[in-house]
Design a protein. Structure first.
Length: 180
């Protein structure tokens, strides 16, 4: 299947702030970017567009699975370069995403450089991510913070209270982890 635009990228992400950051960053790099927040939107976009790239968050709101989106995208075009992101590291889910057609799996917070590097490695290499990016205490901490932030509707004060840390400490950690 030919791509109507080699640089057309579909972002499937329900976190508005993160999606906006990625969208702007990829547009600056010369991509045309589409965005969907759930499976129905992905299916609708595929009826009129044929992206060459996709970035899919595996954990979407409303019960939609990122895995279903990967399966739909791969069925639409087996040549599409699909990278999946998750803030909730799970090897089983990563393996499933790869089986369904994703090329790579990145732990959030992944930035545009990480994602473009994953697109560039079109042939899957089972060794790459595990040796390059082991799950460190910092990564686990960030995932726990992000999970709690999401659960509080991104309320910094409430997140700090639930995590038992000072609000300013949390604000500093969030500042350090901001997506580039």
């Amino acid at each position: 299947m030919s791509h109507d635009d080699e640089r057309l990228l579909l972002i499937v992400e329900d976190d508005d702030a993160f999606a906006r950051t990625l969208l702007r960053s990829f547009e600056r790099r010369g991509y045309r970017v589409l965005r969907a927040t759930q499976l129905g939107e992905v299916q609708a976009l595929l009826s009129t567009h044929n992206p060459g790239y996709a970035v899919v968050d595996l954990k979407l709101a409303g019960g939609d699975s990122g895995l279903a989106c990967v399966q739909t995208l791969y069925a639409h075009d087996e040549q599409m370069l699909i990278v999946v992101l998750t803030g909730y590291a799970s090897i089983a889910t990563a393996v499933e995403a790869i089986k369904l057609g994703a090329r790579h799996y990145l732990a959030k917070p992944a930035n545009t450089d990480d994602i473009e590097a994953a697109f560039a490695r079109a042939q899957g290499d089972a060794e790459v991510e595990l040796t390059e990016r082991t799950t460190s205490i910092k990564t686990l901490e960030w995932e726990h913070i992000h999970e709690t932030l999401a659960a509080t509707g991104f309320n910094i004060s409430e997140t700090a209270r639930r995590l038992g840390m000072h609000r300013r400490t949390l604000a500093r950690k969030l500042e350090k982890q901001r997506v580039k």
